[in-house]
Design a protein around this ligand. Structure first.
Ligand SMILES: *Cc1c(COP(=O)(O)O)cnc(C)c1O
Length: 434
């Protein structure tokens, strides 16, 4: 299958090119040229299938023309080495827990899939040397990418992060891994890290010296696999006899996660409607109200993975709905919450049900509770484990949330990182010496 650019000024790309390049030449985002509808028989029996079986069917619809069945099946099964269970919070609201992977956040699914697909392409090309993945992170992306690629043959990952600007829990998730992961501690802010990575991709000497690739979240191999768990959520609801009017609420930042769900609906998944829940960064919410997309600098909130002022995947949502505001509004509604509202929701949910929402999931729960009709069943995506935001969660709930063993294990590892100035010449010199 070919991939076109949302900006419409770049040539069509093969899956391999779209995955290796990430962004199209005209700076647009790649979109699959067709979205296949899955047969009714699949939905009729989906409740009898495992998560991996469901995911393979979905993956085959996107990638089956480009990756042989046996390889694709192995990639999907290896990616989903953990479950995404649907957990009841109230009688009609369920939490789709996406935090059972290695770094306890949903980004594990896309990062693990991309690592394995990239490895498949490298092997197919006869393993022409090592591929180097450069990723700049303000925290969560670096850990998902580093762990997703950990131990994957033929790929070396460089994670650039700003010194002293990521939490201790986040830092240990990519600095203690060793093997094919190198953490680079940049004496600067996140924007410096991003600039170093972008400059590296454009530098002729470096590109002649080594093969460079980005594992940015806009990569089709990271965003499309996120559709898997929407189908799995439906299957779990169907098993309970509650799937007839499914409403899905997605705590959204760059809108990659919800966009994958919208692709799922386009493939025939019976979702009645979607809600995109925002924190105070309400660009999309405003777009729904006014029809105008008006990006702004982001503001800092306690749901910080959603602090995005110009959501990159808006271009994909817009394109998927034929650039029609009315069509978008038919499938998606919005919500926006202040930090005060988010923490009040976390307290309220915990007091009423005993369930601990992380600040992102709390935005999802609240928007469902505000709009759910009696005949509907709501599912919100719990995008990360609350212990990843221990300080915030403890402060709000007045408790001492337990750190899961998986997270604690990272914290016992020894930190290894390379100190780097924010000058590109230093970074380039370092890479050339590798
Ligand atoms: C990345 C992230 C989000 C936002 O997801 P998008 O795909 O960017 O909309 C929400 N919650 C958590 C915990 C995240 O890490």
């Amino acid at each position: 299958m070919n991939y076109y650019s949302t900006n419409g000024k770049a040539p069509m790309a093969s899956l391999e090119k779209a995955v290796v390049k990430g962004l199209a030449e005209d700076k647009g985002l790649y979109m699959p040229e067709r979205v296949k509808t899955l047969p009714q028989s699949f939905f009729d029996t989906i409740d009898q299938l495992s998560f991996q079986e469901i995911a393979y069917t979905v993956a085959d619809a996107f990638f089956g023309e480009d990756v042989p069945a046996e390889d694709l099946r192995r990639i999907v099964y290896d990616t989903l080495s953990f479950d995404c269970p649907l957990v009841p919070v109230t009688d009609s609201i369920y939490s789709l827990e996406l935090f059972h992977g290695p770094t306890l956040a949903f980004k594990d699914v896309g990062a693990r899939f991309m690592a394995r697909l990239l490895q498949y392409f490298i092997k197919k090309e006869g393993g022409k040397g090592e591929v180097n993945v450069l990723v700049a992170t303000s925290g969560d992306t670096g850990s998902a990418v580093a762990n997703g690629f950990l131990g994957v043959d033929g790929i070396h990952v460089y994670v650039l992060y700003p010194k002293g600007k990521v939490s201790a829990i986040q830092e240990c998730q990519f600095t203690t891994l060793g093997q094919n992961i190198t953490a680079i501690e940049v004496d600067g802010v996140f924007d410096d890290c991003q600039r170093l990575v972008k400059s590296a991709f454009m530098d002729a000497d470096l590109n002649a010296h080594m093969q460079l690739t980005s594992a940015n979240s806009i990569n089709v191999a990271r965003f499309l696999p996120q559709a898997f768990y929407y189908f799995h959520a439906y299957a779990q609801l169907k098993r309970m006899g509650k799937a007839d009017e499914m409403v899905v609420c997605v705590p959204s930042g760059n809108f990659g996660n919800i966009c994958a769900g919208l692709f799922g609906k386009r493939m025939g998944l019976p979702v009645k409607r979607f809600i995109a829940s925002n924190n105070a960064n309400d660009i999309f919410y405003k777009y729904l109200q006014t029809g105008h997309y008006d990006p702004k600098p982001s503001v800092q909130t306690i749901a910080n993975a959603m602090d995005v002022g110009d959501p990159s995947n808006f271009a994909r949502v817009y394109d998927l709905y034929g650039k029609s505001h009315a069509a978008i509004c038919q499938d998606i509604s919005g919500a926006t919450y202040t930090d005060t509202e988010i923490s009040a929701t976390m307290k309220d949910v915990y007091a009423r049900t005993g369930y601990i929402c992380d600040p992102h999931g709390a935005c999802g729960f609240r928007a469902l509770e505000a709009s759910l009709q009696p005949s509907e069943t709501g599912v919100f995506l719990e995008t990360a484990h609350p212990a990843k935001f221990k300080q915030t969660v403890d402060q709000i709930l007045g408790g001492d949330i337990e750190i899961p063993a998986k997270l604690a294990a990272f914290m016992q590892g020894e930190k290894q990182s390379v100190a780097m100035s924010k000058s590109f010449e230093d970074f380039k010199h370092y890479l050339l010496s590798r």
